[in-house]
Design a protein around this ligand. Sequence first.
Ligand SMILES: *Cc1c(COP(=O)(O)O)cnc(C)c1O
Length: 385
Amino acid sequence: MSSILRSTRFATKHSSQLIVDLAAILHNFMQIKAHAPDALIMPVLKADAYGHGICEVGRLLEDHGARYFGVAFLEEAIILREAGITTPILVLGGLSGSQIRGFLEYDIDFTASSSFKLEKIKQEAKALGKTARVHIKVDTGMGRIGIQHDRIDKFLSEVTNIISKELEVVGIFSHFASSEWEDLSFARLQLERFNEAVHKFSTVMGFTPLRHIANSGAILQLQESHLDIVRPGLLLYGVNPLQFKSELNFKFKPTMTIRSEVVYFKVLDENQPVSYDCTYKTKDQTRILTIPIGYGDGFPRRLSNSGHVLIRGKKYPIVGKVCMDQLMVDIGAKGEAHNGDEVILLGEQGEHFITVEEIINNTGQDPREFLLNLKLRLPKVYVNG
Ligand SMILES: *Cc1c(COP(=O)(O)O)cnc(C)c1O
């Protein structure tokens, strides 16, 4: 279990948990492999593996054949190294000069977005007697980091003088801004720009490093973008990135369950308010349950009066505002529940499901944002490892 609640000196079992299904993550990894058979898979483990636990997911996938990992920051890469991960790791984000030494000491691949940065990396590598492994980032339309695609000629003219035995260009990559859309015309334009930049690189440098651009949306929708490496994030964690398309020919499994329990049961008469600001009033006499989970656990406040939970195989509405640590559920005049009953807020119970897709439909969040917030306080429990 990892959570702020672990610091308690009492060995209690917290009533709410985030259950991470390792077999489901592995299943999704294998599905991605089958879907992109000619590419290496670079699972993206940034932000604590989208809230699933960076070391647990890293170890699992290293043990099952992952040959590259992607993270956002050097610190995340170091966490993996210190957990014993030896697989190559690429830091996908921008490089701050003071961190170069850390990359070299921990044997982490750099993302380089300018000849200036390449020169600095080379100097430090030389001083330490090491070889730096670098991926060149090309900005083809995301507008975040990278050498702008239409300035690649200038970059290449500078780079020929920098490349040396201390600097190994392992990869060249870019990132899509809209691979999750139904309209793929901008993604196609980005891919075209990227292929042209790679072509220029190969012509000038005389070799082609590993080419990569595909995130989850592109893995599903743009086969021609798979190239040498694909970089799945969301897909690995069992969420459909395509909001316009609910049926996919890609069989992935949800990886997270949020489980809690009933801690309080009461009967309210008609016209009684529930929770802050009295936004809900009972219509008739009804049974109201209290569940010990709230937005302090990352459960979205936007599900006030709009979300659902599963209890005893039935789906019931969340009523009133979601509080920081508790929320209320109306099970009607005849609903059955007892203190201690299992409550599922995300996942499966009996014949019903509550999916990430359903929740974000209600909250308007990006699915990644929803998943990440869950690590605020919920203790994680790993199953099927
Ligand atoms: C986060 C990220 C990914 C993974 O994105 P998903 O859409 O979640 O698959 C891939 N590449 C880069 C550069 C990223 O920042």
